[in-house]
Design a protein. Structure first.
Lengths: 294, 183
């Protein structure tokens, strides 16, 4: 009985000491409110290299971008830096944290393109909610110089093509992210009767952060039903991103001259290798402007 | 009777002790930091800092999520979490310390040194902070500021932006405490 009493009194004392100061930090751990934790910087740029990433910018952010490709022709000597170049000057704006829209024009084939992008689901890192991030992309392009193209060129509507993408990405570790992008492309017209007007493709993209501000990216698109009138190859890119300040730079090697989605996914005429005419050097520069300060 | 006397005595001792000020918590504490350089001024504020103060033994603890710091530029916030403090790997910054020569019963403001360990970016440093502690009818509030050298916490700044980010960051803090109830 006496033992029991002593035990009880000890318990009383312990109950009081329990709120003691020894482990204040551990007490605080339990006080964190239940707030959802989302993955950030799955890809830091809105493009992996060639195609779109799941990323959208926060509300009120404008991006001014120059995407360029430089390549040599097999039969020509170099005039200055490279025989040929293609550049897309683009502007995009985040209407909300989820919606963003953009527009661009590139000189090769005179392609004008515009897109609407919606971040449907964000990846949660706290074990609840979605384990992946999902973004929807709808792009449309107009080919004003159709001489190299596979579409008919009789009227305005013939020169249009539409790309719909479901971008699914996951940040696996703090350094490694991957993306899968099922893609549907509809072209309003085809010059050759044997060419399909609808194409299905799947994009694979990855980013690996090697240093604080440097990451390696790679991207590949598998085209399920290529055009029949000439031989095409699947686009591939391998590059380095330099993510610092308001200017994001991407350098990569690829086999693609076109920048609009429908053009590079369905109409890449050469395979990836280091021969002149096949190897393209890509350079994306994106300047991020925060128009609404928080 | 004899058997009851011991727990009763203990209870009296405990209730006597219980008149000492009980632990208090701040759930909406504010911590902000400033980096002043001739090129660029950077500031960020975190309004969801947790802190607990135990006036009876002069102990204080602070814990915060690095991701809760809000910058004027969203991209800068992303760079901060992704490339500088690496919030995926080190999500929290914490401080644990003792207030020296603290008189919990003294009403009004007293300025004291807090001696403790600051943990940022996975690195723990002995840090002394001067703080103004106010006791308003048993409710405490603490505010103050101190400087931190980013080199001490192994936060690497690339040479390209060396001029944009100050070598020592000014940190200010403000906590309003209310009685702590365990859930």
């Amino acid at each position: 009985m006496k033992k029991k009493a002593l035990f009880f009194s000890c318990l009383c004392l312990m109950a009081y000491m329990g709120v003691g100061a020894q482990e204040l930090l551990q007490t605080l751990e339990k006080e964190y409110p239940e707030a959802p934790q989302y993955a950030f910087a799955t890809f830091k740029t809105t493009r992996i290299a060639l195609g779109h990433s799941v990323e959208t910018r926060k509300k009120g952010t404008m991006e001014l971008s120059v995407f360029s490709r430089f390549w040599n022709l097999p039969e020509r000597t170099q005039s200055f830096v490279a025989d040929r170049m293609n550049a897309r000057f683009g502007i995009s704006y985040a209407l909300t944290d989820r919606w963003s829209t953009g527009f661009g024009a590139s000189n090769l084939d005179g392609i004008f393109d515009g897109y609407l992008k919606y971040r449907l689901v964000e990846q949660r890192t706290d074990g609840k909610g979605s384990p992946v991030g999902i973004t929807l992309l709808q792009n449309s392009s107009y080919r004003s110089i159709p001489n190299r193209g596979i579409n008919a060129s009789d009227g305005f509507w013939d020169k249009l093509a539409f790309t719909s993408q479901l971008l699914i990405a996951k940040k696996f570790t703090p350094n490694f992210s991957m993306q899968l992008s099922p893609t549907f492309i509809h072209r309003n017209s085809s010059r050759a009767a044997e060419d399909p007007n609808n194409h299905f493709a799947v994009g694979f993209g990855a980013r690996y952060k090697v240093g604080g501000h440097v990451s390696i990216t790679s991207e590949y698109y598998y085209l399920a039903n290529p055009v029949n009138s000439f031989e095409t190859f699947d686009p591939f890119a391998l590059g380095v991103n330099w993510e610092l300040t308001d200017l994001l730079l991407q350098f990569y090697l690829c086999n693609v001259g076109n920048i609009a989605e429908d053009a590079f996914i369905t109409q890449t005429r050469n395979n990836f290798n280091f021969r002149d005419g096949n190897l393209y050097f890509g350079f994306n520069a994106t300047f991020v402007l925060h128009l609404t300060k928080r | 009777m004899k058997n009851i006397s011991l727990p009763l005595f203990m209870l009296m001792v405990v209730s006597g002790l219980a008149q000492e000020p009980a632990p208090q918590i701040a759930r909406q504490g504010q911590v902000s930091f400033f980096s002043y350089t001739t090129v660029e001024n950077i500031e960020a504020i975190n309004n969801h800092v947790l802190s607990i103060l135990d006036p009876s033994d002069h102990k204080i603890a602070v814990s915060m999520l690095m991701r809760a710091f809000v910058f004027k530029k969203a991209l800068m916030q992303e760079h901060f979490n992704e490339s500088y403090v690496e919030s995926d790997s080190y999500p929290k910054a914490t401080f644990e310390g003792t207030i020296l020569d603290f008189d919990p019963y003294l009403e009004g403001v007293q300025t004291k040194m807090i001696e403790g360990q600051l943990t940022v970016h996975g690195i723990t440093k002995e840090t002394n902070i001067k703080a103004h502690i106010e006791n308003l009818k048993g409710n405490y509030s603490i505010h103050g500021d101190f400087q931190v050298a980013i080199k001490d916490f192994e936060i690497r700044v690339p040479p390209v932006v060396e001029k944009n980010i100050a070598k020592t960051i000014a940190i200010t803090f403000q906590f309003e405490y209310t009685p702590y109830k365990t859930q």
